[in-house]
Ligand binder design. Structure first.
Ligand SMILES: [Zn+2]
Length: 708
């Protein structure tokens, strides 16, 4: 996991390009409808013509395209409260940088001061979270308030109000994703830095719209967070209970992970998995009785849907006196929640002219991979001829035909030569404290192939803190700050699980350090998106045994890991396609009822299943792909998972090819935040794609078949 402060100002990646007069007029008409305008569209147009002529006379023909673009961009975001015609004209005259030296000064100043702003805001946020994040004793209610406070929440509004945002918009062009993809490869690094600078101010979403989106997000989060099933109260036709008392599983994560764990249960595994599939289908179809959700006081047969008072008691408290036991289904709340997030997201559409839907904002701005391309990559995996081959291998390992829940097959995980206890002891001896781990970082980095002096200087940028939770990495946002590695230390010292996570987080910290300190422009700090930093962290994590001085995983172990990842990508690619299709359906049916959305989601889930899974599983019309909770509360987040797998494979393959992690890692990480394709071209010679995963899978299948 990687912790990064998120605020609208710093994560916005946007595109905006006004080319036609028609669009200008439409936008001006929009803003004048919203608030009575002291500066009318006609006045503004007159002003623009006048200013354009004035600036042209002053700075010459060479500045003509910049003048035109700058004026249009300022005009587009200017609201009545920003000032009248005179204020608009004065602002433009005073802030247009019409020659290269003034533009350089402006660029340098913004780059330096925004680094300071980001860095210090992040520093405050990190300090405010310390009591919650670190192993520092009780968390008081006020600690939670400090932790939830975002000091940068209003920065974007402030920057429009004091017009610094307009200064950027007047001088640096906004771009579309198409331009960044097609022209970006020819840009200089400085042009890329200017592009990212402009993008920070590419949207001006009113505070009340952001608030409405946050409210919908938090309401659906709460709905999902309380959606637990009490497993001991699932009964079959013979009133048998398959699951132990007090087992309370959150949908869908814990339910899915229980299916994965049940492969190890020789006796009841299959029956448990079938029952969980039935529970999931009841949730998706909303035929689940309302009374069984988060309720240990009733017994439920998910096949017949019978509900009875609990015959066994494992509840933490007595049943409420007014508990009514009926089979009345959950009233489509799942889809009502999803509709609420859609309707809230849509409120931002008018303020995002060239990415006027959430779908476009997700793909063109956040991921910077066009939707059609991403969809094609997912379908390439889903329809790969390797799928039936891996499926056959799973069937032979299971000794039975595949069942729908085998999309979560977990049996490719190889055993270890060492027991967990042996590993724990080794790690605890080596790292009795967080400080011991910190001191060893230069040594660990040298083992990973970093040159001695580089290992020392990178390690000097990393502070190790004892974490309250399992651990995370928190990078710095300015060069004078350090990255923080948060790791869990038990009283007996670090254990193996903690070490494995610490190595992953250290991968994040090294990426964070290099992509901030070694990148040529701090405006390009970071990586294209989260999938990239996760992929780099996994490269480190995969070396954990070698770092302990134990034998690195053999080829057979590596092959099984690859097959596990391939099967996981196949599954989540199907899930992502459902998420994407459902969002398109909502945009096509803005007035839909929850009931209609439910029906549409079921159709979409069945359709994707029938196309990509039914031929493999021999069963049609399965709805399981729609079970993910992210679909309800995460605003089209799911495509990030399969794309993350593809990116991880590309990076791992590249590192394997060169044989040394350190120098490759340094070379890749300092490319900074350009588009995913450009980053990947630089790193591996190819754009983002599925080939690395597919060829690794093909190789892994050969390895597995070669072994008797
Ligand atoms: Zn991570």
């Amino acid at each position: 996991m990687r912790f990064r402060r998120t605020s609208t100002l710093f994560t916005i990646a946007c595109a905006l390009f006004i080319s036609s007069l028609v669009q200008e007029e439409r936008l001006m008409a929009q803003s004048s409808v919203l608030v009575p305008a002291p500066i009318t569209p006609a006045q503004m147009k007159d002003s623009m013509v006048k200013l354009a002529a004035e600036l042209l006379a002053k700075y010459g023909e060479g500045q003509k395209p910049r003048i035109r673009t700058g004026l249009h961009q300022v005009m587009e975001f200017w609201r009545p409260e920003d000032g009248d015609t005179a204020a608009f004209e004065d602002f433009v005259r005073a802030n247009f940088a019409g020659d290269q030296p003034s533009l350089d000064t402006l660029f340098d100043r913004f780059q330096r001061l925004l680094e300071q702003l980001d860095g210090h805001m992040h520093e405050i946020a990190r300090e405010f979270r310390n009591q919650q994040d670190l192993d520092l004793g009780p968390v008081r209610p006020y600690d939670e308030v400090f932790g939830g406070y975002d000091p940068s929440a209003h920065v974007l509004d402030d920057f429009f109000q004091n017009k610094l945002a307009f200064t950027v918009l007047l001088n640096f062009p906004l771009t579309t994703l198409e331009e960044r993809i097609n022209e970006g490869p020819k840009w200089t690094r400085r042009q890329w830095a200017e592009t990212r600078l402009a993008q920070r101010f590419a949207k001006r979403i009113p505070a009340e719209v952001n608030l409405a989106i946050a409210r919908a997000a938090s309401e659906s989060d709460n709905y999902i967070a309380g959606y637990n099933i009490w497993m001991h109260h699932l009964v079959d036709d013979k009133s048998q209970r398959l699951f132990p008392p007090k087992m309370r599983l959150l949908s869908h994560w814990n339910l899915r992970d229980e299916i994965k764990a049940d492969y190890a249960d020789q006796q009841n595994g299959l029956a448990k998995q079938r029952m969980i599939q039935q529970v999931m289908e009841r949730i998706i179809t909303q035929t689940i009785p309302q009374v069984v959700i988060e309720n240990p006081h009733v017994d439920w047969n998910p096949i017949t849907n019978d509900v009875k008072p609990a015959a066994e008691n494992d509840a933490p408290s007595a049943a409420p006196a007014n508990l009514k036991i009926t089979t009345a289904p959950e009233p489509c709340t799942r889809y009502a929640m999803l509709l609420k997030t859609y309707r809230a997201a849509r409120l931002a559409d008018p303020y995002s002219p060239t990415a006027p839907t959430l779908i476009e904002r997700r793909f063109n701005e956040d991921r910077e991979i066009p939707e059609e391309r991403l969809q094609a990559m997912l379908e390439q995996v889903l329809s790969s001829p390797l799928v039936p081959q891996v499926a056959k291998l799973i069937e032979s390992r299971l000794g039975r035909p595949l069942q729908p829940f085998d999309i979560w097959y977990s049996g490719f995980r190889p055993g270890s030569k060492y027991t967990e206890a042996e590993l724990d002891e080794m790690v605890a001896t080596k790292y009795p404290s967080a400080e011991a781990y910190r001191q060893d970082i230069p040594n660990l980095l040298k083992k990973l192939g970093f040159a001695s002096d580089r290992a020392q200087s990178i390690a000097a940028h990393i502070i190790v803190d004892p974490a309250r939770g399992s651990g995370h990495a928190m990078g710095a946002e300015m060069r004078s700050e350090k990255a923080h590695l948060r790791t869990r230390i038990e009283k007996s010292g670090m254990n193996y699980k903690g070490f494995n996570i610490a190595v992953h987080e250290m991968g994040h910290n090294v990426e964070q350090t290099l992509s901030l300190n070694d990148v040529d422009f701090t405006l390009l700090q970071g990586v294209p998106n989260t999938a990239f930093t996760e992929a780099l962290a996994f490269v480190f994590q995969g070396q954990d045994m070698a770092l302990l001085g134990l034998a690195a995983p053999d080829t057979q172990t590596e092959a099984l890991k690859t097959l596990n990842d391939f099967w996981g990508t196949y599954e989540i690619a199907g899930v992502a396609l459902v998420d994407m299709a459902v969002w398109h359906w909502m945009y096509d049916h803005p007035e839909a009822t929850p009931e209609e959305l439910r029906a549409a989601t079921l159709e979409i889930a069945k359709d994707k299943w029938n196309r990509f899974f039914a031929p493999i599983f021999g069963k049609k019309d399965v709805v399981l792909l729609a079970v993910y909770s992210h679909m309800i509360d995460s605003f089209l987040y799911l495509p990030d998972y399969p794309i993350g797998h593809l990116i991880a494979f590309q990076i791992e393959e590249q590192v394997k090819k060169t044989g040394s992690i350190g120098p490759e890692f340094e070379r890749m990480a300092k490319m900074g935040r350009v588009t995913p394709d450009l980053w990947m071209e630089h790193a591996t010679g190819k754009p983002v794609g599925a080939e690395a995963l597919l060829s690794a899978t093909e190789e892994a299948l050969k390895q597995t078949e070669a072994k008797p």
